[in-house]
Ligand binder design. Structure first.
Ligand code: CP
Length: 313
């Protein structure tokens, strides 16, 4: 038996047709959920109830873990969480890969996984026979965050092509930023960045780099704030917190050049005193909580696809 073809490890695993089909499914799930409060008309709940999704989270998470669990429970799936590393046998020295093999011996039907840079674990995950959906891999990729970011813009603006998307802050070390940038680019949006030198995008995609926040904001249809990934960039020269706040923080004053119909987004979490001013949550252009809401429906659509939960009728 080969590895599951229903898995999602990186955004490149999906082509454009599959991405827009996923958006259409997420939209149907959302319309049905808000109309009737359940998904009985779209999902085979009996089939769902036979499946257990294991949430295997080796790094901290609020949004992604709860969003996947909420999505699974709304679909009628059962969930099992492995997310407290300190109370697991990892704390006794067991490797992540051996932990995974033991969990697989208990036969979950699908796995959602967040992990750091662990090549052995990454390779093992790629060869599992059950569907595996990434909830974020080290500093490399976070495909479902990218999907929910792009879906949010698609819902608001009706299209992605030629939309001007500005990423502000730590693009280099942020998996959410990198996957989102890649997906916007794949769908022919124009991507710009405003970043300190040590946090600039270093990939191969065409990106317009702005030297200051104001000129980037004047250009943008969407601005996406980013947290500095302090846990991942300890070896690069640091910009002082004071300078970061002065030149890169999105706040009610610095955001002034942004157009009236532009959107303000952030993958979260943001650090109030550092990269993002919580007062912006009250700005009519802010879509941060819509991103979170949309993420649940994107993850529902992915889980329903990979476990074949759609009703036949
Ligand atoms: N955006 C995101 O991945 O948030 P969490 O780390 O809280 O899951």
């Amino acid at each position: 038996m080969s590895a599951s073809s229903a898995s999602l490890f990186q955004i490149q695993d999906l082509n454009e047709r599959q991405i827009f089909q996923l958006f259409e499914k997420a939209s149907r799930l959302s319309v049905e959920f808000f109309k009737s409060g359940n998904l009985h008309n779209l999902i085979d709940m009996n089939r769902a109830a036979e499946n257990v999704v294991l949430l295997f989270f080796l790094e901290p998470s609020t949004r992604t873990r709860v969003s996947f669990e909420m999505a699974a429970l709304r679909l009628g799936l059962k969930t099992l969480r492995f997310d407290d590393v300190s109370s697991s046998s990892l704390a006794k020295g067991e490797s992540s890969t051996d932990t995974l093999f033991n969990l697989m011996a208990m036969h979950p039907n699908a796995l959602v996984v967040r992990h750091g840079n662990d090549p052995e674990l990454a390779l093992t995950l790629r060869n599992l026979k059950i569907p595996v959906i990434s909830g974020g891999q080290g500093g490399l990729s976070h495909p479902t965050q990218a999907l929910l970011d792009v879906y949010t813009v698609f819902k608001e603006k009706g299209s992605i092509e030629n939309k001007k998307i500005l990423f502000v802050g730590d693009v280099k070390h942020g998996r959410a930023a990198l996957s989102s940038l890649e997906l916007f680019s794949q769908l022919r949006a124009k991507v710009g960045t405003v970043s300190p030198e040590a946090m600039q995008y270093e990939g191969k995609l065409p990106v317009q780099s702005f030297s200051d926040l104001q000129s980037g904001l004047k250009w943008a249809d969407v601005v996406i704030g980013l947290r500095v990934q302090k846990e991942r960039n300890s070896r690069v020269p640091k910009i002082s917190d004071e300078d970061y706040k002065k030149y890169y923080r999105l706040d009610v004053e610095s955001i002034q050049p942004l157009g009236k119909s532009a959107l303000i987004m952030h993958p979260g979490p943001f650090v109030p005193g550092h990269d993002f001013d919580p007062r912006l949550l009250q700005d009519k252009r802010c879509r941060i909580h819509q991103q979170v809401e949309n993420g649940v429906f994107i993850r529902m659509a992915l889980l329903a696809d990979c476990l074949s939960l759609w009703s036949k009728s």
